[in-house]
Design a protein around this ligand. Structure first.
Ligand SMILES: Cc1ncc(COP(=O)(O)O)c(C=O)c1O
Length: 443
């Protein structure tokens, strides 16, 4: 068509990134040309008399690179390729360093998968310095640097706000009183629950674990009634709660008591779908910061995980960032009658587009917020999430056909089963209303 294209080459480097996306780089990477392929490519371009069009060298060694030295190594290797092309009197002038600039999701500033051990400034310094050093050694002019970091630019732009609708598990707050004729095992657990204190709590907790085993064995042998089992369990959980409180007071970080926190944690039921809004948590176990945004001036006293409203047991956020450690429970507030909101932060990169319609939960409602020149924030736009009929359409149900089929069933009931006209109208209106509702619980 008479157009001379501008040409850029992506090089496959030996240098790899680090972290979850390490396999995007290195010899077995999906993209990029090897040295032999680059030479072949240059030969073909020369045959077409288009060497002047070869203007850019590109590499990308993966997302969320956690270690600065990996970036240095990759830049040096690519810079050498760039310079060696340039000394062939080819007028290449752009050096594209790809993406991969890592973010500090867990706040640790380390090379853990959810962090990066460098700042943006350090990243920029390293790229410029390493590239300059190689170009100067090879005596070629310095290129224009392009970067295409996506995650680092977009992650902060989006926050998921989760409305907590309730919680489950945890203590039922029942008291057990001795009757005098209860089985021995109940008496043991009762005494344990009364006598546990800050000095003996480790031993009493271990005893309680054994007593619970015994309780189950006795029940399975038919020696206990349902009421006995229930009382034994209530007493067991009371001992656990007291032991956990003493462990916290004495800053006991042993595995036993970390596990106990998980055991005692509540499941907070959030009006969201992990698969739609934070799919990478499910798909690749990527960690995101999660924080309560209600009751910020009250100390959280309950451990919890966050379950979504899908019917999939994977729909649960149960790993949390805590500097370098990964925690299986989050400190949350005990629910009262007021509303309670949590926020999942830094979800602006990749989550929207990877999110799916598992269990037919659609896009969530969105508020687009801008900050004006004086620092004030404003809601610029509200975008309603998907309705039930929208999502049914995505999976190829024809909504008018569904309505017709439903209407014909209602009419048949009207004719043959004595359904009144008023009830038939009600049923149909209800159907139409439901189809237009949000796929999540209405607020
Ligand atoms: C070629 C290329 N450039 C840039 C990016 C953006 O990467 P990141 O979001 O990690 O900065 C990607 C992502 O996979 C990519 O494939």
């Amino acid at each position: 068509m008479g157009v001379k294209p501008l040409i850029g080459i992506r090089v496959k480097l030996y240098s790899k990134g680090s972290g979850k996306w390490v396999e995007s780089g290195g010899e077995s990477a999906k993209f990029g040309l090897t040295t032999t392929e680059i030479l072949e490519c240059i030969k073909i371009i020369a045959e077409y008399n288009m060497l002047d069009q070869l203007q850019l060298l590109h590499f990308h060694i993966g997302s969320q690179i956690t270690e600065i030295r990996r970036i240095q190594k990759a830049v040096k290797e690519a810079a050498r390729v760039y310079a060696k092309i340039k000394v062939k009197h080819i007028n290449i002038k752009y050096f594209n360093i790809g993406g991969g600039l890592g973010l500090d999701y867990d706040g640790s500033k380390t090379s853990s998968d959810a962090s990066a051990n460098y700042s943006i400034q350090e990243y920029a310094n390293n790229v410029v310095y390493s590239l300059k050093e190689v170009c100067d050694e090879e005596n070629v002019s310095h290129p224009i640097i392009l970067s295409e970091s996506g995650r680092a630019i977009s992650a902060y732009h989006s926050v998921l706000v989760i409305n907590i609708k309730g919680s489950k598990n945890g203590n039922l707050n029942r008291q057990v009183e001795l009757r005098g004729n209860e089985p021995h095992i109940i008496k043991e657990l009762y005494d344990g629950s009364k006598e546990i204190n800050i000095k003996n709590y480790e031993e009493y907790y271990h005893d309680a674990l054994l007593h619970r085993e015994e309780l189950l064995s006795l029940f399975n042998l038919g020696e206990l009634e349902l009421e006995d089992k229930s009382e034994g369990e209530i007493l067991f959980w009371q001992i656990c709660e007291k032991a956990a409180a003493f462990a916290k007071e004495t800053q006991n970080k042993s595995d036993d008591f970390e596990d106990l926190n998980k055991l005692l944690s509540k499941k907070y039921i959030g009006n969201f779908s992990v698969f739609q809004s934070v799919p990478d948590f499910w798909a690749i176990k990527q960690l995101f910061p999660v924080v309560p945004i209600s009751r910020a001036n009250e100390k959280p006293t309950q451990y919890g995980t966050i379950v979504d409203i899908t019917c999939d047991s994977d729909g649960e956020i149960d790993k949390f960032v805590d500097l370098k450690d990964v925690k299986e429970v989050l400190e949350l507030h005990e629910l009262n009658n007021g509303s309670y909101y949590l926020a999942v932060l830094m979800i602006g990169a990749y989550q929207d587009t990877i999110g799916d319609y598992h269990n037919l939960f659609g896009a969530a409602n969105e508020a687009h917020i801008i900050i004006d020149d004086s620092g004030e924030w404003h809601i610029k736009q509200i975008v309603n999430g998907d309705r039930i009929c929208d999502v049914l359409g995505y999976v190829k149900y024809n909504n008018s056909y569904l309505l017709e089929a439903f209407e014909s069933e209602v009419n048949q009931a009207l004719r043959e089963n004595g359904l009144s006209k008023a009830d038939a109208d009600d049923i149909l209106n209800n159907y139409k209303n439901v189809m237009n509702r949000y796929t999540y619980l209405d607020l």
